[in-house]
Design a protein around this ligand. Structure first.
Ligand code: PMP
Length: 433
């Protein structure tokens, strides 16, 4: 097979080195939890396109819905003519959205939806500032990068970014050896301090948070922290935005990640898993909040594409029919229990080992650290790369790149989880040998 990803000596056009690839795999075809490479090998896919192929690769019902829609209308442009799949998707989303968030706006990517949410919050409040939390990842466009603190690689070299963004601590207990309560207490105290010293409540349009840090290290946001944010948002008229792009759509074992807490956000952002791989994203809010933006203030050529929307309707149907949120919860517990056993075997040493295993549902992070708690980035990178050799695809994350993340499809079976654990264990053993 002559297809090549990277530069070569033969003068052939190649993909830009701006793309950093986690594995050398070139996909030929993929089904369910499996990717079949052009190298003839089968890989168990615990990356799902970074949490996108929720119903597995090429679920027959998603394929059928998309095929059917391609023959009817591919692109109708939602500010010119409306189309049936988007109306159906809106109705279907209504069944799973939190009560009160009954107005939906569509875009293509997570970043665009994040921008839409921020824009709406600023328009609705007439206030300039946004508070974000350390380690958050919200996308790569200019505004979304400004809101992202999951690593300097996302913002370095192209400042100045959007102004009016203020950073508050995230309650990260493991790093400081704290209890979750101590971490939450610290982070809420610092948030109050920020509101008293840097961005006055009357200048603060929104607080933006992930229900579990994704690219920032696979750290579930403690429910008490979300509840503390809700209290402050209510007290000061600040819009609370929850970025469910990675943690939403069943991934954590609840339909929405924030549903591990008692809060309802003012704006919910979704993308990734919502259409099993077709690009579509959305924000949902109350009609009264949406009404504070004005018609025509947001939109886009491709937003709410008909084929993507049809795939979205099919995805939500499959999640419901196959009970995939429950599957994510049970298979997530199995995965976490297996990882904890590996942690007992390969715990931190001076060189490094598994320091922490955490996550919700099928969003599990394995943090590699030394016995002093320092990040063991080289080991995490080596493990991630070694998994490919053992037939398992994984990714790293975290500001220091020392967390391996496992993100299986919501359809993953018990046998596939066991196989994934076996392969992950073999990769860790190989690196630490
Ligand atoms: N928010 C979160 C929580 C994400 O995980 C991502 C993507 N990793 C984004 C926003 C940006 O989405 P996209 O890459 O589709 O622009």
């Amino acid at each position: 097979d002559n297809l090549q990803c990277t530069a070569n000596d033969e003068g052939m056009t190649s993909l830009s080195p701006l793309l950093k690839q986690a594995t050398p795999v070139v996909v030929d075809h993929a089904h369910g939890s499996w990717i079949h490479g052009t190298d003839g090998r089968d890989y168990l896919d615990f990356t799902t396109g970074i949490g996108v192929t929720s119903t597995g690769h090429c679920h027959p019902k998603v394929v059928e819905a998309a095929r059917d829609q391609v023959g009817k209308v591919i692109h109708a442009q939602y500010t010119t003519v409306m189309h049936r799949p988007l109306l159906e998707l809106t109705e279907k989303l209504g069944e799973v959205l939190p009560a009160g968030l009954d107005s939906v706006f569509y875009a293509n990517s997570g970043s665009e939806a994040v921008e839409a949410a921020i824009r709406l919050a600023r328009m609705a409040t007439g206030r300039p500032n946004i508070i974000v939390f350390q380690g958050g990842f919200h996308g790569r466009t200019a505004a979304a990068s400004s809101l992202t603190t999951a690593g300097t690689k996302f913002s370095a070299g192209w400042s100045p970014l959007m102004s009016g963004v203020h950073l508050a601590p995230f309650p990260y207990a493991y790093r400081y050896g704290w209890s979750v309560e101590q971490a939450v207490d610290f982070a809420l105290t610092e948030l109050d301090y920020l509101l008293a010293t840097r961005t006055a409540p009357d200048d603060t349009a929104a607080m933006l948070i992930e229900p579990a840090l994704g690219d920032g290290g696979y750290l579930p946001t403690p429910p008490a922290f979300l509840e503390g944010l809700r209290e402050r948002a209510d007290a000061h008229g600040i819009v609370l935005i929850v970025d469910e792009v990675q943690a939403g759509v069943g991934r954590t074992g609840r339909f929405w990640g924030h549903q591990w807490s008692s809060i309802t956000p003012d704006i919910l952002i979704t993308a990734k898993g919502i259409a099993s791989g077709f690009p579509i994203s959305a924000i949902a809010a109350s009609e009264s909040l949406m009404g504070k933006g004005w018609p025509g203030s947001q939109g886009g050529t491709y937003g709410g594409n008909a084929v993507a929307a049809a795939a979205g309707v099919a995805t939500l149907g499959v999640i419901e029919e196959e009970n995939l949120v429950q599957n994510a919860l049970i298979r997530g517990e199995q995965l976490q229990a297996g990882l904890q056993q590996l942690q007992e075997k390969f715990g931190p040493t001076e060189r490094g080992g598994i320091g922490d295993v955490r996550g919700l549902g099928l969003m599990q992070g394995i943090e590699f650290s030394t016995s002093d708690g320092a990040p063991a980035t080289e080991i995490a990178t080596a493990v991630q790369q070694a998994t490919t050799g053992h037939g398992l695809l994984s990714l790293t994350c975290g500001p220091r790149g020392n967390v391996v993340r496992l993100i299986p499809a919501l359809v993953v079976s018990a046998e596939e989880i066991d196989l994934g654990l076996e392969r992950f264990g073999a990769a860790v053993a190989q690196v630490l040998a």
